[in-house]
Design a protein around this ligand. Structure first.
Ligand SMILES: Cc1cc2nc3c(=O)[nH]c(=O)nc-3n(C[C@H](O)[C@H](O)[C@H](O)COP(=O)(O)OP(=O)(O)OC[C@H]3O[C@@H](n4cnc5c(N)ncnc54)[C@H](O)[C@@H]3O)c2cc1C
Length: 470
């Protein structure tokens, strides 16, 4: 339980219309919309640089459509917001708040369109990722979240938002449990500053995966023995500040592991992300002996559990070939760089790859899997085979080592479809909005790939628009 601390400062030092906490996708989307609605906006960022997890993300953003119409252009089958909604809820173990999911999937095309308007160049590919039943993940060339965040930040600045770095929020001011939020206490270059808001505060401060004590309060298994893919500032204190003025939280124990991270560092380098994206095009996951151990298109929880609880010993590997890299539109230079640093092991034949990776079972596994793709059925792990899956019959072939890393917080502040933060009685806290990874409820017990950025963009925009209307 977080102790309640209501009150107001003795004096205000500054005033703005809308204060946005955090400069990732959610905060930037909020700032853009609030500026469009005519509000003065300050984005507060505690780190010396903008962007949080957003600039290190893989940039996969799921939507059933967009003004680019990539799925239709690339002939990658059917999709709809209803199917996206069904996948998201099923992937989250039926724990998601359906109204929140519905808003996200219906407005997802607007998220891609805002990126396009900001100048983001999407690659000519549309992978189908684990847990999704359609091809819907929009990616930049090289899977670079920064290639999406940078144009968004520039758009927010062009529109007149102020971005204040090295400025940490330390407290949210609310006089009592029925009053509207009045402002924020900031620590700026060693000085305390009291910032009053005329309209509203938007919390877009990201998740808490890097705060080991805090995450272990909800899942004691997630000790510091685990790697973590997040930026150092993902420590979740604004969730606690909001609780201190009455906000409710949900799903805090649902903390996701990402299955294909670099086994040494826990980072999601380009090769880890390609391995993850490749499963919809037919790659397979194998253990050290070269045996499959899971439905590769299972959710991240299913695959990570199969690694940690089933295989037990790191690393496991993704096995793919050049044709799959081509389908992912991965430039040859990236594959070559991966081979040079030893992240990717390459071979001209499966037998040679098996020898290099010391996998006695690999050749037989690949042959069996090729047969499953031809037959349209996977009797071993019941993967949903599709016509877009490529059999491993032509080289070169590749193996990429991997192991789960702590990655994403499904839980966070309870909020409603208008992005209002709710109190423990389920009532909106006046003049307080939230968006992005600091929120809980959209992803239930397990987030599907490419759904976090969609959530940030959709709810960031809603929060910014509504904050400006106050
Ligand atoms: C390596 C990696 C790859 C990923 N790839 C994908 C992907 O391909 N697709 C997808 O959908 N999701 C992906 N995710 C998840 C997704 O990137 C994040 O959930 C999303 O970027 C979070 O955005 P946000 O705006 O909510 O928070 P962030 O981008 O984390 O921004 C929050 C900001 O708030 C700041 N902040 C926190 N507390 C304070 C405070 N007290 N005062 C001031 N500032 C504060 C932080 O420093 C941070 O800069 C990935 C995550 C990681 C780590």
């Amino acid at each position: 339980m977080t102790e309640k601390t209501f009150g107001l400062p003795e004096r205000w030092d500054e005033t703005t219309d809308v204060a946005v906490i955090g400069s990732g996708y959610a905060g930037l989307a909020a700032a853009i919309q609030a500026r469009d609605a005519g509000a003065a906006v300050v984005i507060l960022e505690k780190m010396p640089h903008y962007g949080g997890n957003s600039i290190i993300s893989g940039g996969g953003c799921c939507s059933y459509d967009s003004k680019l119409h990539l799925r239709q252009k690339l002939g990658l089958g059917e999709d709809s917001w209803q199917l996206h909604m069904q996948d998201t809820i099923r992937g989250g173990g039926d724990q998601s708040v359906p109204e929140l999911v519905e808003v996200m999937v219906k407005h997802a095309p607007e998220a891609i369109d805002l990126f396009v308007d900001a100048g983001v160049a999407f690659a000519e590919t549309l992978p189908r990722m684990g847990g999704h039943s359609a091809h819907r993940s929009h990616l930049t060339i090289g899977n670079k979240g920064i290639a999406m965040a940078e144009p968004l930040r520039d758009m927010a600045l062009r529109k007149g938002a102020e971005l204040r770095l090295k400025t940490a929020v330390k407290r949210i001011w609310r006089e009592n449990e029925t009053a509207p939020v009045a402002g924020l206490e900031l620590e700026q270059e060693g000085k305390t500053v009291q910032l009053k808001v005329r309209r509203a505060v938007v919390i877009a401060s990201g998740g808490f995966a890097q705060d080991v004590d805090f995450r272990m309060r909800f899942n004691p298994n997630l000790t510091d023995a685990y790697n973590c893919s997040n930026h150092k500032g993902a420590t979740g204190e604004c969730i606690r500040f909001a609780q201190a003025i009455g906000a409710d939280v949900l799903h805090m124990k649902y903390i996701q592991l990402f299955p294909t991270a670099n086994p040494e560092t826990g980072n999601l380098d380009k090769h880890a992300l390609d391995a993850y994206s490749s499963t919809g095009f037919g790659s397979l996951n194998v253990d050290k002996a070269g045996r499959r151990f899971v439905n590769e298109l299972g959710g991240r929880d299913e695959v990570s559990d199969a690694q940690i609880l089933g295989v037990k010993e790191k690393p496991t590997y993704t096995i793919l070939n050049q044709a799959i890299y081509d389908a992912l539109a991965v430039p040859t230079s990236i594959v070559e760089a991966g081979i040079r640093i030893g992240r990717i092991v390459a071979a001209d034949s499966i037998e040679e790859l098996a020898e290099k990776l010391h996998m006695p079972e690999l050749s037989a596994t690949v042959e069996r899997h090729n047969g499953y793709l031809a037959a349209g059925e996977d009797p071993e792990f019941h993967k949903a085979i599709s016509s877009h899956m490529i059999p491993l019959t032509t080289g070169p072939y590749y193996g990429i080592a991997q192991w789960p890393t702590i990655h994403f917080c499904m839980g966070g502040l309870r909020f409603d479809p208008s992005a209002h933060v709710l109190d423990t009685a389920g009532k909106p806290i006046l003049r307080l909005y939230a968006a992005g990874e600091c929120c809980g409820g959209v992803h239930g017990a397990n987030r599907l790939a490419g759904n976090a950025i969609t959530e940030c963009m959709v709810y960031g925009a809603i929060a910014g628009r509504n904050a400006a209307k106050e």
